[in-house]
Ligand binder design. Structure first.
Ligand code: PLP
Length: 391
């Protein structure tokens, strides 16, 4: 019998590991650990002095998270990237790293509702002002910009899909000395690489297309080394919204199929959007791919768009008849989803709830997933017919 534990030899649980080759696994290892140990005092003190760079604690640096950050930086054509626990953590940490009390932000109207609420609550209390402009109106953007510290964009916007000439808007911001940030979750780097268009920083909700399987909540920002270093030095460790290693591992898996998933979302969503547009009971379809041309720099379209029913269609009957399309927020995964505008307008508990983000009661947002165009249309079309007859 060994000394110490009378139950089992606990020292036998210490496993030998092979950190350089990771057993030659084809899938990168998931380094699911909170801390990293040092082999000697000397190694520890060299690390603390900054003479040696290596992981110490996962809130600072984790190899699996770092691997995802490097992949994403490459996709966005960025020098560096930084992963976060959510898209909102990426947005708040990025914006807060570059503004101070008394500064003004210019933002395109209809930005992601929780970004709008961040600007309208916490940042308002910090005396940071936000001016909203229609991003399609370059003269209005130009007029709002003098004196602004930061220009916050999202294109297309995630309900009414207002699509902007991102390069032209970034140039206006640059001319006025404002830093520009864009939320690129909708297009993904497959269809839009904003840094190449002159934008300074790109944020993503990686919970959407980057992950692609509806099993992760996380976010990321990409940009120049200097800008990412500033976020890494100030907001990132202390606000502490760190991406988890497991989420990074799932995102690395997601990125491998990103190009083919985006192509499939694009094809199905475009086909369904044009069939909806041809229906009498549909007043309008908000999908940038239905316009004569996409704005410069947007090289494809994804699975998220909305449409507006004509008066008299029973949206509740439509929603409840659908089988493949599930009622649910978020998007970017395999499954198709709907959100009825009239339900969103019931959301009274949120700050600034009077703001509608362009959402009308007769509109419905669709996320077209990967189930196949015909199967999805065979779900939608009878539900629309029944809901129109019920009215
Ligand atoms: C979901 C979403 C966010 C927020 O991301 P989380 O990961 O949910 O925090 C930001 N922007 C857009 C466009 C989104 O759809």
């Amino acid at each position: 019998m060994s000394q110490g534990s009378d139950f089992f030899d606990a020292a036998s649980l210490v496993v030998a590991h092979d950190e350089t080759h990771a057993f030659e696994a084809v899938v990168p290892p998931l380094v699911q650990t909170s801390l990293f140990t040092f082999s000697s005092y000397d190694e520890m003190v060299a690390t603390y002095r900054g003479e040696k760079s290596r992981p110490v604690y996962t809130r600072g640096l984790n190899p699996t998270v770092r691997m995802f950050e490097e992949m994403l930086a490459k996709l966005e054509g960025a020098e560096d990237a930084l992963g976060f626990a959510s898209g909102m953590a990426a947005i708040s940490s990025t914006v807060l790293s570059f503004v101070s009390p008394g500064d003004r932000i210019v933002a395109v109207r209809h930005v992601y509702p929780d970004a709008f609420r961040l600007f309208g609550t916490l940042m308002k209390r910090m005396k940071i002002d936000v001016t909203y402009v229609d991003g399609r109106d370059e003269a209005a953007v130009e007029k709002a910009m003098p004196g602004a510290k930061l220009f916050y964009m999202e294109s297309p916007t995630s309900w009414v899909m207002e699509a902007h000439d991102v390069g032209a808007l970034a140039a206006i911001a640059k001319r006025h000395g404002a830093l520009s940030v864009i939320d690129n979750s909708w297009a993904s780097p497959i269809f839009q690489t904003p840094l190449a268009l002159g934008v300074d920083m790109v944020v993503h909700s990686a919970s959407k297309y980057l992950g692609g399987h509806s099993d992760v909540v996380s976010g990321v920002v990409a940009g120049s080394k200097a800008m990412i270093d500033r976020i890494r030095a100030e907001a990132y460790p202390y606000l502490g919204g760190k991406m988890s290693p497991f989420d990074a591992w799932l995102l690395i898996r997601g990125l491998r199929t990103l190009p083919i998933r985006m192509k499939a979302h694009q094809e199905s969503a475009l086909a369904i959007a044009s069939r909806l547009q041809a229906l009498d009971v549909v007043e309008a379809v908000c999908h940038p791919g239905l316009a004569n041309r996409l704005p410069p720099g947007l090289n494809g379209t994804s699975g998220l768009f909305s449409f507006i029913f004509r008066e008299g269609v029973d949206v509740r009957a439509f929603a409840d008849q659908l089988q493949l399309f599930k009622l649910g927020v978020s998007w970017g995964g395999h499954e198709s989803l709907i959100v009825p505008g009239e339900v969103v307008l019931e959301q009274k508990a949120q700050p600034n709830s009077a703001h509608t983000f362009g959402i009308s009661a007769r509109s419905v947002r669709l996320h077209v997933g990967l189930e196949g165009t015909e199967a999805l249309w065979n779900d939608l079309e009878p539900a629309i017919r029944a809901a129109s007859a019920a009215a």
